[in-house]
Design a protein around this ligand. Sequence first.
Ligand code: F6R
Length: 611
Amino acid sequence: MCGIVGYIGSGNAKDVIIDGLKKLEYRGYDSAGIAVVRDGKLEIKKHVGGIANLENLIGDDPMTSNVGIGHTRWATHGAPSDINAHPHGNQDNTIAIVHNGIIENYQELKQELIEKYGVEFKSETDTEVIAQLIGVIYREKKDLLDSVYSAVSKMRGAYAIAAVAQDEPDKIVAVRKDAPLIAGLGKDSNFIASDIPALLKYVKEIYLIENNETVLLTKDQVKIFDENRNEVKREVFHVTWDADAAEKEGYDHFMLKEIFEQPKGLSETLNRRLNDEGKIKLEGITLTKEHIENISKIYIVACGTAYHAGLVGKYIIEKLASIPVEVDVASEFRYRSPLVDKNTLFIAISQSGETLDTLAALREAKDKGARVLSVVNVVGSSVARESDDVFYTWAGPEIAVASTKAYTTQLMCMYMIALYMGLEKGSITREYYDKFIMDLKAVPDKLENFLKNVSQIERDAKMLYNKEQVFFIGRGLDSAVSYEGSLKLKEISYINSFAIAAGELKHGTIALMEPGTLVIALACQDFLYEKMVSNIQEIKARGAYVVSVAKEGNDAIAKQSDQMIYIPECRDEIAPLLSVVPLQLFAYYVAKERGCNIDKPKNLAKSVTVE
Ligand code: F6R
């Protein structure tokens, strides 16, 4: 989704902004632009397409200036085009703004600006309405901060906005309402951005801006004000990610790097929550034994890959903690009538912590009295801030649009939550718990070893990359993993892939099996192994080409399969942590073979901040 970067300081704004925008490319965008105030004059340059197009447009022009704002746009109102790209200026091009989000009442405001002030609009965007509105107010107020406050009081919707004015080149004003915004604190320079990776190269100290706050940045200071314009004191947040975390470090793609970072992410996520006796510590979490005992139902709500992590969470929590769990896609949860009350625990899972559907579902559950526990990767994100408790996944920044390390670390949190609840409720014994933790601790090394030799998966992908459709099947936890494997493949390779519980195949989908149909069959649940072998026989009888994923030592299935991928031996419950990895790699190598844009697949955005 859209990305914002703003800079004010002693360096050249254009260079910092272009660099920051490149770091935000992963969010997904279709045009980019920049506005600076050079020698007392506002200049805007913007172009449809990638940042390279914007750089070509700028050419050798240094755009020398100490203040500016930039943007990557993901079209909502109006097609991707030069005109619709941000920044947008006001009528006389003295004020420029960039915006992330949606202004719901933009039609009304636009009408008023046309009728009352004769404003002529150039673009189809809701964003231009903000620029023009601030511009009209500025004619009287002659103060950017005042004008932004006044404009915002007329706007409805979700937004993060940054504004610069030609007549006040010593400041940037930014506002946040339901869209991410951070301010970076540098030496002789300050920054505004929608996401930490944009600023990692420059600053480690940031302010997390809260909803309805306005930020005034000058070269020397950053001031935050609340809705009533009272100054707010904010603690500095120290970013622990290093700048390399947002670089490819020799890998061809971020996705591959992130797949290989999973052992580290998993051990970080687990070890940060284990005390010296190997017990899960809930530092910073307010959920008590009494709360747990009173939970009558859990809703796990999320989108996409995070939703798939929730599917695994359901199996594990129901098994270990004996609490009924429903898993919902966030965009659906909001529009049905979920039975939420004060004894409901709502678990939101989100890598970015900014997914609007998840956030909206969370708010609805909270309004109905539920406690909210979230599993989030981005510290200080909206989901994290609005939850009663947060279980962070320590995956580090995930740059590739296709989620990999966020998924496995989300699973790790699901195991810890289930184990903790199970022990508190007495539904599992301490012995069972200790053994389970030992098994979880062993996963990073097992995965590290597995990742040392992935050439077979690459070879399989090279052989099978031109299939037009692929089916993923599995039973129990394997079926939950099949959904994730299928999503990975379709989102980056554009192959039509479909996941289904293996036992359900014969109720319809088996009609699609033909000689050569590619089926990836997961058989990593020992107690369902024989049933899976039968399902594979059924599809083999129809001529399907079967690649099976099984635990080392389970050779019987090899006789029924065309290709085998073995994962390390492990207990059934934690097999998803290992079995998903060959599926991620298969998707990666297939997409590579097909020449796809792996890190930035078409039509997708990393952080989906619109409904
Ligand atoms: C798939 C993918 C998406 C996200 C989904 C939720 O690879 O990345 O399906 O999982 O958009 O995003 P978060 O986790 O940020 O809420």
